[in-house]
Write a protein that binds this ligand. Structure first.
Ligand SMILES: [Zn+2]
Length: 277
């Protein structure tokens, strides 16, 4: 099973590289990138999960509704991408539920930063996919976290996938920079060991963000983006389908795999289940 996800936020990454960018431009890049992703998923007939900031949703409700109409899942990526307060957990969920008229069950913190788990539970989320259980120099060291899903403080944790043993991350940067054959080898190995893959991308990866656009991004960020990313992801999807991997929304994985397995073995898991269903 492959849990494909996209973090849909206002495109604030240029700030990290010392480049100013207007809010209009941030939204324009993310909106167009999100449309490209939706077209690709529709063409391939697969479903995914979109972690959306409330700020993006309020300024582009038509995109969020296209996500829902496409049969995909909308989860929360916080209120603002560059600013977090614990009250944003509940507030972003409410904004997204109001716009989509569906229940928001999952959360992912901006930049995979730490977030108080009890607050996530209080805000009413069932799962949290905010851990990248690897070591990223200058960002975080999560080598002590489990590689696969587990329950913490009443919230299901769904870490981003990393390879077994040396925990090579299989997130967006690896997808761009590794040779496609090596990436696929690591995916096969991880899926065989774990039974699923949880990977994430962003709309701006599907947009022109190279030196010409002057966002000051290093080469490893811009490598294989724009049209090349469209092609790369499509080829990956075709490869995965040929090998009978199925693409599922994260909430379906949580309902059908995680909760089903856990109910007989963990009492607090069934409490989570009963509280919410
Ligand atoms: Zn993000």
């Amino acid at each position: 099973m492959i849990l494909l996800s996209f973090d849909i936020e206002e495109f604030d990454m240029p700030f990290e590289y010392g480049r100013d960018i207007s809010f209009e431009e941030q939204m324009a890049v993310s909106k167009e990138g999100a449309q490209r992703i939706l077209q690709l998923l529709e063409k391939q007939g697969i479903k995914a999960t979109f972690y959306v900031t409330a700020n993006f949703a309020q300024h582009a409700p038509e995109i969020v509704n296209r996500i829902i109409e496409g049969g995909h899942e909308v989860a929360s990526h916080g209120y603002f991408h560059s600013n977090f307060k614990p009250e944003h957990l509940k507030a972003s969920k409410e904004v997204l539920e109001e716009i989509t008229k569906t229940r928001v069950e999952g959360y992912r913190m901006a930049r995979m930063m730490p977030v108080p788990e009890t607050e996530i539970k209080k805000a009413g989320y069932i799962y949290n996919s905010s851990i990248n259980p690897t070591f990223l120099p200058g960002r975080y060291n999560k080598l002590n976290e489990p590689r696969t899903y587990f329950l913490r403080e009443g919230v299901w944790q769904l870490p981003a996938s990393v390879s077994p043993f040396f925990r090579f991350p299989l997130f967006w940067l690896s997808f761009h920079n590794l040779p496609a054959s090596l990436y696929r080898f690591l995916v096969k190995w991880t899926c065989k060991k774990d039974g699923y893959l949880n990977v994430y991308f962003h709309p701006w990866e599907f947009m022109p963000i190279g030196p010409k656009e002057k966002y000051n991004f290093p080469g490893y960020v811009t490598k294989n983006t724009d049209g090349k990313m469209m092609e790369r992801l499509e080829q990956f999807i075709l490869w995965a389908k040929k090998r009978n991997y199925t693409f599922v929304r994260t909430k379906d994985f949580i309902h059908n795999i995680v909760l089903q397995i856990s109910i007989p073995i963990a009492n607090d898991a069934s409490t989570v289940c009963l509280q919410h269903y």
